[in-house]
Design a protein around this ligand. Structure first.
Ligand SMILES: NC(=O)c1ccc[n+]([C@@H]2O[C@H](COP(=O)([O-])OP(=O)(O)OC[C@H]3O[C@@H](n4cnc5c(N)ncnc54)[C@H](OP(=O)(O)O)[C@@H]3O)[C@@H](O)[C@H]2O)c1
Length: 325
């Protein structure tokens, strides 16, 4: 029996996973007065902390900068004027409605241990900290990578805090020159997108040809293998079939719909949403990762084993990277 054509068992198809973290724009236009000033505690007042905090002060927000030696920040707060003040880490955290963490990554761990509950009580913690091997050590960088990146690692270091990672990829030398100013454009073309928000909870979606779906039901067992996770079979269930695709979409216009638009295109596929099984929810599934998937419908159980073997062999083949280097 040709497994690829067997209608009972929808076989491997490419699919996408969409996941990620949100990004929030925070800086107000430089040189304007904030309409509702926010008290900001800046934990760290080095190169990046003082550059960002300086912009927040210019935007009209009171900022308390912290140092383990607050007396060393006298020049900084004098230069920035009455909205700026210096304090200890504890004082800056207590002061801020929003707390900006802008310290070496190793210090984030330490501060999380000492001030975790105080930070968890804040409405927002901005995390600017990056793990850098030459400063924080290769071992720490490896540990952060193993946890799926700094976004996830910071969430573990500051449990319960509402964290947004921001400004991480902008040099302290550039934040002042690219801060928003009144009348400035944030994109090249007015009305074009300047930001993408991606859901924190990812979704796994697989695409199937039309006739492959005739026996698929919500709750059917699912297995899939991602190229980013060689040798690993991830389990789940069918959540739902999205019974619509781009080809069924017509924009409002004065014209009657034309069948040529459909005839001239290859048939589109339908998306099936998967629910990842409890045992695999902790796995790091990279945004945009692709792979192969199988749905096991209720009929012809005897041949499911063939697809299971093919899927597993394919998953182990993902270990092969044949670039001849
Ligand atoms: N520099 C940039 O362009 C840039 C860009 C994006 C992200 N970042 C990230 O921002 C963070 C800070 O970078 P930076 O360049 O501003 O560093 P920096 O100039 O060395 O300043 C570090 C700050 O952290 C404080 N600090 C260090 N250890 C501490 C501890 N154990 N407890 C409390 N405070 C501590 C220091 O205060 P005291 O020593 O006075 O106590 C100082 O204010 C890093 O994670 C970095 O990766 C930097």
């Amino acid at each position: 029996m040709d497994v690829e054509k067997e209608s009972d068992m929808v076989d491997r198809r490419h699919f996408l996973k969409l996941a990620g973290v949100g990004v929030v724009a925070f800086v107000r236009p430089a040189g304007t007065v904030a309409q509702s000033p926010l008290k900001i505690g800046s934990v760290g007042a080095g190169r990046m902390g003082s550059a960002l905090g300086g912009l927040f002060v210019k935007a009209g927000h009171p900022v308390m900068f912290s140092s383990r030696h607050p007396e060393n920040l006298r020049d900084l707060v004098q230069r920035l004027g009455p909205l700026a003040q210096a304090g200890t880490v504890e004082q800056a955290i207590a002061f801020g409605d929003v707390v900006v963490m802008v310290v070496p990554y190793t210090a984030l761990e330490e501060i999380g241990r000492a001030h975790g509950p105080a930070l968890a009580a804040k409405p927002l913690v901005l995390d600017i900290c990056n793990p850098i091997a030459r400063r924080d050590g290769a071992e720490l960088v490896k540990r952060v990578e193993e946890q799926g990146g700094a976004g996830l690692a910071s969430a573990k270091l500051l449990p319960g805090s509402r964290i947004v990672r921001a400004f991480n990829a902008i040099s302290y030398l550039r934040v002042a020159s690219i801060a928003h100013r009144p009348g400035g454009f944030v994109g090249q073309v007015a009305a074009s997108h300047v930001m993408t928000l991606v859901e924190a909870d990812g979704q796994v979606v697989a695409f199937y040809n039309q006739n492959e779906l005739h026996q698929v039901q919500p709750g059917n067992e699912v297995e899939f293998a991602l190229k980013t996770l060689p040798g690993r079979i991830i389990k789940g269930k069918v959540d739902s079939v999205v019974w619509a695709q781009g080809q069924g979409q017509f924009l409002p216009s004065g014209n009657l719909p034309s069948s040529l638009a459909v005839q001239n295109q290859p048939p589109g596929k339908f998306a099936v949403k998967f629910d990842v099984a409890e045992r695999d929810r902790q796995l790091f599934l990279a945004a945009g990762a692709a792979g192969d998937a199988a749905i096991y419908t209720d009929g012809l159980h005897a041949i499911h084993i063939i697809r299971k073997v093919i899927l597993r062999v394919g998953s182990y083949l993902n270990y092969l990277i044949l670039k001849l280097h």
